[in-house]
Write a protein that binds this ligand. Structure first.
Ligand SMILES: Cc1cc2nc3c(=O)[nH]c(=O)nc-3n(C[C@H](O)[C@H](O)[C@H](O)COP(=O)(O)OP(=O)(O)OC[C@H]3O[C@@H](n4cnc5c(N)ncnc54)[C@H](O)[C@@H]3O)c2cc1C
Length: 157
C-alpha cells in the first residue's frame, strides 16, 4: 500500500487528500500533516476587521472531517523535506512517505519593506493572526482618525 503524505490542510491539502483517498480507497494510506488544526475559509478574512465575523465563524476543526473519510491527520509543522530519503522532518520526529503533496500555501512577507508590518505601520488580512490585530487598529482609526495618507507600496495591487 502506498503511503501518501500531504502537507497543509486548507483548500489545496484538504481537497488533494480527499480526492486521492476517494480515487484509490484501500490502495493508499493518506496522512495530512498541518501546522493548523483548523480549516480557514480565507475569503471571509475580509469581514474580521469590521467585526462582522469572528474567527470561529470562518474556521472549523479539520481533523474530524479527514478522519471521517479514513484520512489520518496530524497537527504538526513540517520543518524540512528530505526527498532523497522520502522523509518529512517535524518538531516531533521524521515521517516517511512514498508520495508527497506539498500544499503549504503562500508565505506573505508583510514586513519586507522597512517600516511596514503588523508591529510597525501597516496591517494586513492575509493571515488569521494578522486579521485580528487589524480589527483593533481599524477601531482605533475610527475613534481617532487623524490625518490620512493614502498610498501603495511597490508591487501592491
Ligand atoms: C483576504 C483573502 C481573500 C481571498 N479571497 C479569495 C476568493 O474570493 N476567491 C479565491 O479563489 N481565492 C481567494 N483568496 C485566495 C485563497 O484564499 C488562496 O488561494 C487559498 O487559501 C490557497 O489555498 P492553499 O490550500 O494552497 O493554501 P493556504 O490556504 O494558505 O493553506 C496552507 C496550509 O498549509 C499549512 N502549512 C503551512 N506551512 C506548513 C508547514 N510548514 N507544515 C505543515 N503545514 C503547513 C497551513 O496551516 C494551511 O493549512 C483570498 C485570500 C485572502 C488572503
Amino acid at each position: 500500500m502506498n503511503r501518501i503524505g500531504v502537507l497543509g490542510s486548507n483548500f489545496a491539502g484538504l481537497t488533494a487528500a480527499l480526492e486521492i483517498k476517494h480515487a484509490l480507497h484501500e490502495d493508499v494510506d493518506v496522512t495530512v500533516m498541518s501546522k493548523s488544526n483548523r480549516f480557514l475559509f480565507t475569503p471571509s478574512l475580509i469581514w474580521l476587521p469590521f467585526g462582522w465575523r469572528k474567527p470561529e465563524d470562518i474556521t472549523f476543526p479539520v481533523g474530524p472531517v479527514l478522519e471521517s473519510h479514513k484520512v489520518h491527520f496530524e497537527n504538526v509543522e513540517a520543518t524540512r523535506i528530505v526527498p532523497e530519503r522520502n522523509e518529512v522532518e517535524t518538531a516531533t520526529g521524521r515521517r516517511s512517505y512514498d508520495y508527497l503533496v506539498i500544499a503549504t500555501g503562500a508565505q506573505a512577507y508583510v514586513d519586507e519593506v522597512p517600516g511596514l508590518g503588523p508591529e510597525r505601520n501597516s496591517h494586513n488580512i492575509t493571515m488569521l493572526e494578522h486579521a485580528q490585530p487589524t480589527q483593533a487598529a481599524w477601531e482605533r482609526s475610527v475613534t481617532d482618525p487623524g490625518p490620512a495618507v493614502i498610498g501603495a507600496t511597490q508591487g501592491a495591487s
